[in-house]
Write a protein that binds this ligand. Structure first.
Ligand code: NDP
Ligand code: OXD
Length: 308
């Protein structure tokens, strides 16, 4: 019985170290080093090469190293006979709350425009927004969306939430799926925290943007394919949207010559809104590994029928 780590962005040593630090007796292997394939019962993955999971005949569970699981569903070697888990972690939650809040304050105070002015040594005071001018609408009121919404309410923001099923959260006006237009009409800072599924792919498009009030601002921290980038650029260039902070892209890293980098009203960050902390997450992986070995229900298990 052993655990396999599969990721290709150079961060595997940090994750292996986190396991060592927890003094666990679990055998852990890096997928691109020699390992006993027949012993692997759990795979801890981040953007695994498609097809690889099919090589492990005793694999029982695939655990995402993040909150999102879209990249597991997209892999044809994942099948319904396997269990799937994802990360639900207090650090991941507070990091996301802080990132979204930082972007909202930067937008309100026009901080990105001052950076552009500084690059031209240009001294000019600009008008700015106050909390009373802002209505934040959060698409996706799950673990991250609802925590971010609550944190914003605590800071005195007016917050709306939209999700598949209606939520009851004190201080927040919530809408269910069919009320999307009503939600959008009242939102001038739109935060996307949806999971990527066939239903949400391409949801941030021209038609959606056109339902937002003029000068609305987008904060996209979910997954690249939610956004139709040409539609975003068109909505900004035509003066309907005031700008967008984008953290996630269909291909990461964003290519060096991508025009998004130089658009004056698009603010790029490198998928850093909330980064899974190996130290924090590994503890829950160990718990789940032990639960798997003793046939107990897993924590943070994904409903594979639901798709997120
Ligand atoms: P959850 O699964 O907890 O929440 C998903 C929410 O989206 C739920 O409220 C769900 O509704 C809603 N939803 C799903 N499908 C639809 C739909 N078709 N229409 C309307 N609402 C829908 O996910 P998390 O909050 O944990 O994470 C959200 C996403 O954030 C992740 O999938 C990941 O892509 C992204 N992420 C990005 C990070 C970054 O650094 N940029 C870091 C971590 C996560 P309901 O509640 O009714 O089921
Ligand atoms: C995640 C992410 O899904 O980092 O956790 O995007």
């Amino acid at each position: 019985m052993a655990l396999l780590l599969i990721r290709q962005d150079g961060k595997t040593p940090q994750w292996l170290n986190a396991f060592k630090f927890q003094y666990t007796k679990i055998e852990c292997y890096n997928f691109n080093e020699p390992h006993p394939k027949e012993k692997i019962t759990m795979a801890l993955v981040w953007k695994q090469p498609h097809g690889l999971l099919g090589q492990y005949e005793n694999l029982k569970c695939v655990a995402s190293m993040g909150a999102g699981v879209d990249f597991i569903f997209e892999d044809p070697s994942f099948h319904n006979g396997l269990l799937m888990t994802r990360v639900v972690d207090p650090l991941l939650i507070t990091d996301m709350e802080e990132f979204v809040m930082a972007q909202i304050y930067a937008h309100m105070k026009g901080l990105y425009q001052y950076q552009i002015q500084q690059s031209k040594s240009h001294w000019q005071q600009n008008p700015y927004l106050r909390k009373k001018d802002i209505t934040v609408g959060i698409m996706g009121m799950g673990v991250l969306g609802s925590a971010t919404a609550k944190a914003l309410v605590t800071q005195g923001f007016n917050v709306f939430g939209w999700s598949n099923s209606k939520k009851q959260i004190e201080g927040i006006t919530t809408y269910e799926k069919e009320d999307l237009d009503l939600f959008l009409q009242q939102t001038n800072v739109l935060v996307c925290l949806l999971p990527l599924t066939p239903e949400t792919n391409g949801i941030l498009d021209l038609s959606l943007f056109s339902k937002l009030p003029k000068s609305a601002f987008i904060i996209h921290v979910a997954r690249g394919p939610h956004l139709v980038r040409e539609d975003l650029i068109q909505s900004i260039d035509q003066g309907h949207l005031s700008g967008a902070a984008i953290d996630v892209f269909p291909i990461e890293p964003l290519e060096e010559n991508d025009p998004l980098w130089v658009h004056p009203n698009i603010y790029i960050t490198p998928h850093c809104a909330s980064i899974s902390s190996p130290e924090s997450v590994v503890a829950q992986i160990i718990v789940n590994y032990n639960r798997l070995m003793s046939n107990q229900p897993l924590l943070n298990q994904v409903d594979t029928a639901k798709g997120y």
